[in-house]
Design a protein around this ligand. Sequence first.
Ligand SMILES: Cc1ncc(COP(=O)(O)O)c(C=O)c1O
Length: 313
Amino acid sequence: MDYVYGPGKSHLFVLGPVNIPEPVLRAMNRNNEDYRSPAIPAMTKTLLEDVKKIFKTTTGTPFLIPTTGTGAWESALTNTLSPGDRTVSFLIGQFSLLWIDQQQRLNFNVDVIESEWGQGANLDILAEKLAANHSHSIKAICIVHNETATGVTNNLATVRKLLGKQWMFIPVWAKQQVHEVKAITDIDFCWVHIIKNRLAVEAWGLKNCTQREEWYSDTVTAVLVPPYIDSAEIVKRAWKRYNMSLGLGLNKVAGKVFRIGHLGNLNELQLLGCLAGVEMILKDVGYPVKLASGVAAACAYLQTNIPMIPSRI
Ligand SMILES: Cc1ncc(COP(=O)(O)O)c(C=O)c1O
C-alpha cells in the first residue's frame, strides 16, 4: 500500500516507536558527524553520563548498543554466561518466551517457570528453587521487568529480597521502563494514574489482560475483547481510519487483545484523543460501547487531578 501522509499528527500508542519531544526532534535535524573526528568520542562520553541519569545511577556503567532489543538480550547473555550454565527464566508472555528461546539456542540449561499469560512471574516457585539451590547451580535469574505482550510488570525488589545472600546474575529486561517520562523528568503525569487505574477500560465494560492490579504496567495497557471480536481488526481500523497506531495481541493472545502503549513524550489531552479513537473503533467493530464513556471517566479524573504546569504558575 502506498504511504499517504495525513493531516495533523499521527497518534502513536504503541510500545515503540514513541513520541519524541520537539526539542529532540529539532536537535536531530543536522548533518552527520564524521565518526573519525575527535568530536565523536567527546560526544559519546556525554551520552554515557546522560544515560546514567535515566537509570538513576551515579556508579553504574551504562553501555550504548546500536542494535534491536533482541540484540541487547543476546549481548547481555553472551557477555556474562557460558553454554551449559543454568538459568531460571520466567515465561509470562511473548517477549519472555522469545528471550527463553534465545537462551535455549545459546545452549544454556534453562529452567523455565511458566505462568498463565496475564500473570506476573511466579515468585513462590522461584523461592522454592532458591531454597533448593545448595550446590549454587543457578547462575542467573532472567526476568522481563515489563512484559509488554500482556501489560505485566514484575516486582524486581521482591526478586532481589528473595535472593537474600545468594549471589547470582539477574539480567533484567526493561526495554520500555526507561521510556517512562516520570522516571526521566520526575513530573507526576496524571495520565499514568488514569491508565494505572484502568478507568477507561472499566467504563467500556472490558477487562484487562493483566490479571492483578499489582502487576499493572505504567507503559502499556493490554485490553481483552469479547470472543466475537477480532482484536487485530481494531488495530487495523485504528491505523486506516483514525491515523492511530495501537499494539496487536501476540501469539497466545493474538486476536484476543489489543494494546495501548502510553509512554514517551505524552500528555493528558493526547491520551484523551486515544481513548476517543478507541471508542469509535470499538463501535466500528460491533462492540456496544457507550461513546465517550471511557473519555468521561478519564476527564472526571483529570479535571480534579491535573496539577498546574510548574513553569506557568
Ligand atoms: C518487552 C520487549 N522485549 C523485547 C522486545 C523485542 O525488541 P526488538 O523487536 O527491538 O528486538 C520487545 C519489542 O516490542 C518488547 O516489547
